[in-house]
Design a protein around this ligand. Structure first.
Ligand code: PGA
Length: 308
């Protein structure tokens, strides 16, 4: 049986008005076009749907049944439209983010404000290091990654939105805490506590030291979280190079100090990154615009007043 949705829509209007002219007006069709649709529907169904008595038309018994079904089908179609609108809309969508461990010190603040405006949005966040973020982007398992600048050559679009200064940290009673303009070579005798390989912080620190002809430290220890490094530095195990974003509380509470090292801070930046040509849901598009236009006014980078 080849009934079209268009025939059912025309039929529903004629049945509701019991009048071809009014149905035609409502549907912006000519009256012969409406009559043609009804005739074709009756032929397909093999039944008369209307009967004419004098100038009036009435539904036949078959017509009454078809009317009942046409109302149910119209309401199901409406419901389907609404569900799809909601899926595309800004109130019930889902956002998938992959976030550098260091960026996770400010991303929850941003998300809190975004979700306040778009209640009902759900967010799936994966917090991991730079190397895994690049893998997630290449595998297309995330809408966006929030991380430092991506390497060239991958088919990615990156938008800068915030500064990310990296500083050298020490416990407050460290002898270097009293010095000013500490030359990099003076750090050679120090033990450093490094992030794991694959971390953007570590990569930036290595590149910076190499660029300034200072490739080696006294000794290094490796820890795979910013929190572990802060604890270790506080405990006097060595110095660390971390993003200021991770240090807000420790600096306020004076549990750690920023050393005044020559050429520091290393100025990195945060980017919101996605695959080139990715098709976004309305929620994902709104999030990207929100980050690009509002994050600078909503977030503060902790201040790096040095100890000396
Ligand atoms: P992280 O930082 O991988 O060291 O947490 C990300 C970045 O700076 O790119």
């Amino acid at each position: 049986m080849n009934i079209t949705l268009r025939q059912l829509k025309v039929f529903e209007a004629v049945a509701r008005h019991l009048n071809y002219t009014r149905a035609a007006e409502e549907l912006f069709l000519s009256q012969p076009a409406v009559s043609m649709q009804i005739k074709q529907l009756e032929e397909t169904l093999g039944q008369a749907l209307f009967e004419q008595m004098g100038k009036k038309i009435f539904l036949t018994d078959a017509g009454k049944e078809v009317y009942r079904y046409s109302l149910a089908i119209a309401s199901q179609l409406k419901e389907m439209e609404m569900v799809l609108e909601e899926m595309n809309g800004l109130h019930a969508g889902k956002l998938t983010l992959a976030v550098a461990s260091t960026a996770n010190y400010f991303v929850p603040t941003l998300l809190g404000m975004f979700i306040q405006r778009h209640k009902g949005v759900t967010v799936d966040i994966d917090v991991t290091n730079r190397e895994n973020l690049l893998k997630a982007l290449v595998a297309n398992t995330t809408d966006f990654a929030i991380m430092g600048q991506p390497p060239d050559g991958l088919e990615l679009e990156a938008h800068l939105f915030l500064e990310n200064p990296l500083v050298v940290i020490a416990p407050p009673d460290h002898p270097l805490a009293r010095e000013q303009q500490i030359p990099l070579r003076k750090l050679h005798q120090e033990t450093f506590i490094e992030r794991e390989r694959g971390s953007g912080t570590r990569l930036a620190r290595e590149r910076f030291f190499a660029a300034h002809g200072a490739e080696s430290f006294g000794e290094t220890m490796e820890m795979s979280s910013n929190e572990a490094i802060k604890q270790a530095v506080q405990a006097g195990l060595g110095l660390g190079v971390l993003s200021l974003h991770t240090l807000e509380l420790e600096l306020i509470l004076k549990r750690l100090v920023v050393l005044d090292v020559e050429n520091f801070p290393i100025m990195r930046h945060w980017f919101i990154i996605h695959r080139q040509g990715k098709r976004f849901s309305a929620v994902a598009e709104a999030f990207k615009q929100f980050v690009l236009t509002e994050s600078q006014s909503l977030l503060t980078v902790p201040s790096a007043e040095t100890a000396a």
